[in-house]
Design a protein around this ligand. Structure first.
Ligand code: NAP
Length: 254
């Protein structure tokens, strides 16, 4: 797919781009020629990833950023613009999952943290990038990494499902608002993907059995399964696609 899709001269930010799904997306975008900033808290990890991807046509630039901190998000966008140019593609991928458990055990602090990282960071980054995309009249693509947990409640996953559902509704609202200005906004809802984030699930015998016996595609998803959809949504080939949620789950919720 990357052979025909070109993102050359595009600039992208991928939060949580140092590992897992974010890394696979960053790789795919840079392969297609985009210059990509990967951003998360651990600079060492980002640098290792940037080094690993250094032979791709697009540059991969690591910038440390805690996405829960407004000043660090402002710095992320400012540094990206300074080093690579204005942002065309924003992938809101970084996320956390605390507060898994019975909903009656959820505290205010857990709620605030989940909103700060999984919702507010996307809102802030959109606020920091989209007005400039609109002013430049050069289009733009926002890709929000949600989850099938945002479409169906997960066992003991109140906060995660709620934040991922919120991201879907933000996607659709933004799509309506920004579409007339040429900025597209879409979400991807992965099922179980083999990363550090979901280790507790895919290492669980019960989940492995369920995948082998009931999921239409009888294997666990890989970060690369998500990256091709992100590449498409980032590209001009998807210029008629906005406000959508692409479910990539091996048919799990079918
Ligand atoms: N894996 C799955 O089964 C699955 C399923 C559905 C949806 N998703 C979604 O896919 C996205 C990527 O998850 P993944 O599975 O690839 O997980 P992962 O490998 O654990 O990656 C999560 C990324 O988020 C970054 N991050 C976490 N907290 C951050 C913070 N406060 N500030 C900046 N960066 C932060 C992490 O980097 P640092 O630690 O360096 O900050 C890491 O790069 C998430 O939105 C997740 O909800 C995953």
């Amino acid at each position: 797919m990357s052979a025909c899709i070109s993102l050359s001269s595009k600039v992208a930010i991928v939060t949580g781009g140092g590992r897992g799904i974010g890394k696979a997306i960053a790789k795919r975008l840079a392969e297609a020629g985009a210059d990509v900033v990967i951003a998360s808290r651990k600079l060492e990890n980002l640098e290792a990833t940037a080094h690993e991807l250094s032979s791709l046509p697009g540059q991969v630039v690591p910038i440390a950023c805690h996405i829960g901190r407004l000043d660090q998000l402002e710095n992320l966008v400012c540094e990206t613009e300074k080093r690579l140019g204005p942002v065309d593609i924003l992938v809101n991928n970084g996320a956390t999952n605390i507060g898994q458990g019975p909903s009656l055990d959820v505290t205010d602090e857990m709620l605030d943290k989940m909103v700060e990282i999984n919702i507010k960071a996307a809102l802030r980054l959109v606020r920091l990038t989209v007005p400039k995309m609109i002013d430049r009249k050069s289009g733009g693509s926002i890709i929000n990494i949600s989850s099938i947990a945002g479409l169906h409640p997960q066992p003991e996953g109140l906060l995660y499902s709620f934040t991922k559902a919120g991201l879907i509704m933000m996607t659709r609202s933004w799509a309506r608002e920004f579409g007339p200005h040429g900025v597209r906004v879409n979400a991807i809802a992965p099922g179980l993907i083999q990363t550090d984030f979901s280790e507790i699930l895919w290492k669980n015998e019960m989940y492995q059995q369920a995948i082998k016996t009931t999921q239409p595609i009888r294997r666990i998803g890989q970060p690369d399964d998500i990256s091709y959809a992100a590449l498409y949504l980032a590209s001009d080939e998807a210029s008629f696609v906005t406000g959508q949620v692409i479910v990539l789950d091996g048919g799990a919720i079918a």
